[in-house]
Design a protein. Structure first.
Length: 201
């Protein structure tokens, strides 16, 4: 597996600073959508880094610190559930991605983005389907975004214990729907994701 295929293509095309971007939390019923941008040193692959969904929670936590230690620059950003309701999840994801790039201390001249759509950055952008399993920078970004969002949802589990966020991180599980039916929604729920539930109340 060549984790640097797209990084090398970008360098061959004359780009000098490559960043990877990925998001976490597009599907859940609650909480913000997170995005991370990572710039690894040229030619650098962090051992163990992979698509965050293929890693255990413990492994992601270890790699989170390793990525921050070994990268040249990183930034983690989000769009709130209110912004998701206002502009839709896709546009909110793009907003979080743009914020992540703006937060980098080193500005890249090209971004490799997980997915099949471009978020409208001011720099060159290549969208790569399943990029988190193909690019070292995107895989690193996927871990930072996923761990950051999970940590936020664990904090929300303490604030709103009745929803059991620690068990499902806000995803549309049977348990989560049962808790919504029982307690209604809270301020971090995405109302546009729960139109049918709210209609029946």
């Amino acid at each position: 597996m060549n984790w640097l295929e797209y990084e090398n293509k970008a360098l061959d095309a004359g780009y000098k600073i490559v960043c990877g971007i990925d998001e976490a939390g597009r599907g859940p019923l609650a909480g913000p959508v997170y995005a991370a941008a990572v710039i690894l040193p040229q030619g650098h692959v962090i051992e163990g880094v992979n698509d965050s969904k293929k890693l255990t929670e413990k492994k992601r936590e270890i790699l989170f610190d390793k990525i921050i230690d070994e990268c040249l620059s990183y930034s983690i950003a989000y769009a709130t559930q209110s912004e998701i309701d206002e502009i839709n999840i896709l546009q909110a994801t793009f907003l979080a991605m743009r914020r992540a790039v703006q937060g980098l201390k080193i500005q890249p001249d090209i971004a490799l983005i997980d997915g099949n759509k471009k978020p409208g950055l001011a720099i060159e952008q290549w969208d790569i389907v399943k990029g988190d399993a193909k690019s070292a920078n995107i895989a690193a970004a996927s871990i930072l975004a996923k761990v950051s969002r999970d940590r936020y949802m664990l904090e929300m589990a303490k604030k709103y214990p009745c929803y059991c966020f620690e068990k499902h991180k806000g995803y549309a599980t049977k348990l989560h729907y049962e808790m919504i039916q029982k307690y209604g929604i809270c301020e971090i729920h995405r109302k546009t994701f729960l139109k049918k539930v709210l209609k029946n109340e």
